[in-house]
Design a protein around this ligand. Sequence first.
Ligand code: ADP
Length: 398
Amino acid sequence: MKILVINCGRSFLKFQLIDSETEAVIAKGLCERIGIEGSKLIYTPTGGEKQEIEEPMEDHKKAVSLVIDALTDKETGVLTSLSEINAVGHRLVHGGEKFASSTLINEEVIAAITECNDLAPLHNPANLIGIRACKELMPDVPQAGVFDTAFHQTMPEEAYLYGIPYEYYEKYRIRRYGFHGTSHSYVSARAAEVLGKKYEDLKIIVCHLGNGASVSAVKNGKCVDTSMGLTPLEGLIMGTRSGDIDPAIIEFLAHKEGRSIDEIMAVLNKKSGVLGLSENVSSDFRDLEDGYNNGDANAIRALKTYCYRVAKYVGSYVAAMNGVDVICFTAGIGENAPLVRNFVCEHLGYLGVELDQEANHKRGEDIAITTPESRTTVMVIPTNEELAIARETVRLAV
Ligand code: ADP
């Protein structure tokens, strides 16, 4: 079975074609700058050469048709015809309270996703454009939607409610939803599998540390808490997002700097996080690690503050689950930055965490990075959201 996995943003479309039997990636790529001048398709067939095709893409339909052309190209394509694609799986950002699991997409589902647009005004409309483009070009191919929020729908009320008047939850559904659910679900289940233990018997904390970052608490196979909220701005300090702050700072800064709420929100989303904390050294941890190794005070400050926040969330989720068996690191930083894992784990002595430094410096493996004596197991589990989406798509559509 061949599954096309699509992640559609406002001006980009990422895709992977996955063989569901072998779970191998057959080809992958990215359409950049859709609707903007200078758009291009980057296409990489597995085992073949990467190609960059510059071509105007006025909209996502054009982008999907170029992806299909690339996949079925006589010379460099990996399919003989479009009919070889058995199903399409879409990464969808916000399913609100309507979707606690993935779903097959039909007109009713499209209407329900549209109703969640208020909650994710940048992402959901882009996701819907991707769905419509695929429906037009592949009308007979089943399509599934996998939501970033779905895994977190098992959170209890005490974890998802904010301490604000309840009527705002009733009127506007203001609550914590959480994101990166596909990754938290995949990584926690994979950790149990690698350890040879039953998922339903474990208390697992997943630290998904990428450009966006979130922590989740997974108890007996169900998410009971996560650090992102109504939007991805809450929780950890991220590349450019502030994470948790005193909400009164928004009004305070607006007055002091003479700026609008929208402008302050842009600062919190785009100019904060480790970028802002490091006085603009970088939002990229490779640069921050270099800075740290060269004794740059700005990089050290950003790294230490970042890691302290991660450790605090881990601590709060130990409390939420009344214990923890496994702590997992994943995503760009979680998988690739031993320094970050070291700093976080320095705060976890009370859990009996003893890192194995040799294992902590390995890369690209599902691996425990603690010694056999360590009371709590810490692991690195590379995330694979596309594979998780492909698996869900097969489950629903085939
Ligand atoms: P997203 O999917 O949210 O865009 P990723 O999970 O790909 O993000 O993570 C991207 C981040 O991972 C980069 O900004 C960078 O900080 C970090 N990263 C990637 N490779 C390395 C590395 N080798 N060492 C340290 N950090 C890395």
